[in-house]
Design a protein around this ligand. Structure first.
Ligand code: SAH
Length: 397
């Protein structure tokens, strides 16, 4: 099965109350630590173990509502409903790729949209999650930044992408084994929510994934890299290098608050790596821009002394919107060979899901890439214009 696959449910359940939801003042259940929830349960006259049961329903059984927590007495359920909003993210659309990957579009409580991509490779099943609605960085080769920044995701909205995806997987199917923060947004500009989500994802009482199976990918936010190290979460760090000199990076990632390459590499050198761990450096290969043998040699020099591996990502086009091309295959191979000769581990990462607009750099908070092209032609197919990336509109004639 591939191509467009509409879910029966097109709008979030709470669509009718969206206007009033943002004022909703109840705390969010999926943001509560077990300690805090236990204290609250007891304060309200219930035995503390009820909190553990709630956690089990939320994170092991992935229920969508308090009503489904069937072993809780009615008074506990009523108290939960009155005191908390569940939180999370709701799947409103999905696209299935020919290569088996699935792109999911989520609605958040305020109607905002984000996307995740589920990819399968051998025994691995990786979920690529979003950490922000839109992105404040405007990397020139990335679709997400074109639409601008809307807001940070809250921790429940990040964990919610995982929970909602798990609900879609038939019982007995291979579970999600890995999480990468490589969807929409810059995770290290939203540290609090991202670290909170990682705690929930790795807490054995909650989801219980090994931190070694979680990767945070950053454009190179020095302060964030430092904070990630200090938080001692044990997750992997990936840094998007994308250029071999300060100037090249400045041209490709022209945002004001970009940290200097030297400082980024220094932060990487200081990052407390677990034993046998390596930092991943990602490098988008753009034809004629950053893909020369000289670039490769410079990358090799820059990274010397850092325990790392390098992932080369041949550019994924969004035709008519992003003004770059993927380099010819021999040039990609040559780049890799040079780094191999310098004794690096180098992988070429061919992104999955390009046919459904799910490859690296293609996420726009809009499951149907076709609508972007429609928008360029003037028809916005009933979608709010906020979800049409500015880059798309710029080319309107
Ligand atoms: N903000 C984070 C995570 C999101 S981007 C970061 O920058 O790392 C995840 C990866 O996709 C980054 O390495 C980014 O450079 C890469 N990427 C973005 N647009 C791309 C495109 N069009 N083709 C290939 N890779 C792209």
């Amino acid at each position: 099965m591939h191509g467009k696959h509409k879910l029966g449910k097109q709008e979030p359940r709470h669509a009718t109350t969206l206007a009033s939801e943002p004022q909703e003042s109840r705390p969010v259940l999926l943001r509560q630590s077990l300690v805090a929830l236990t204290a609250e349960v007891q304060r309200n006259g219930f035995p503390g173990f009820r909190a553990k049961q709630v956690y089990h329903w939320l994170y092991k059984r992935c229920v969508e509502s308090v009503e489904q927590m069937t072993n809780l007495p009615c008074p506990v359920r009523e108290w939960l409903v009155a005191s908390y909003r569940l939180g999370g993210a709701e799947v409103v659309d999905r696209r299935d790729s020919r290569d088996g990957s699935i792109k999911l579009l989520f609605a958040l409580y305020d109607g905002r949209r984000i996307e995740s991509v589920l990819m399968s490779e051998g025994p691995r099943r990786t979920l690529c999650v979003s950490s922000q609605v839109g992105c404040s960085l405007r990397c020139r080769f990335c679709m997400t930044g074109m639409g601008g920044f809307v807001r940070n995701c809250a921790s429940d909205e990040i964990v919610g992408q995982y929970l909602a995806t798990r609900r879609l997987l038939p019982v007995g199917e291979r579970p999600i084994t890995h999480i990468v923060f490589m969807g929409m947004g810059e995770p290290l500009l939203n540290c609090e929510a991202v670290f909170g989500a990682i705690r929930r994802l790795t807490d054995p009482q909650a989801i219980g994934l090994s931190p070694r199976r979680i990767t945070v990918s950053t454009v190179g936010v020095v302060k964030g890299i430092r904070r990630l190290g200090e938080a001692n979460l044990g997750v992997n760090l990936a840094v998007s290098l994308n250029g071999s000199t300060e100037d090249e990076r400045a041209r490709l990632m022209p945002f004001r608050r970009r940290d200097r390459l030297d400082d980024v590499l220094e932060a990487c050198r200081r990052f407390p790596l677990a034993r046998q761990h390596r930092i991943t450096f990602e490098y988008v290969l753009l034809d004629g821009i950053n893909d020369s043998p000289q670039d490769a040699r410079r990358v090799g020099k820059l990274l010397s002394g850092i325990r790392c591996k390098i992932n080369l990502i041949p550019f994924n086009p969004v035709p008519g919107v992003l003004p770059f091309r993927r380099p010819p295959q021999r040039r990609i191979e040559r780049f890799r060979e040079i780094l191999l000769e310098m004794n690096y581990t180098v992988n070429i990462r061919y992104s999955k899901g390009a046919d459904i607009g799910a490859a690296c750099g293609q996420l726009a908070g809009h499951a149907d890439a076709q609508l972007l092209y429609d928008a360029r032609g003037g028809g916005e197919a009933g979608e709010p214009s906020a979800s049409v990336p500015r880059g798309a509109r710029r080319t309107e004639r």
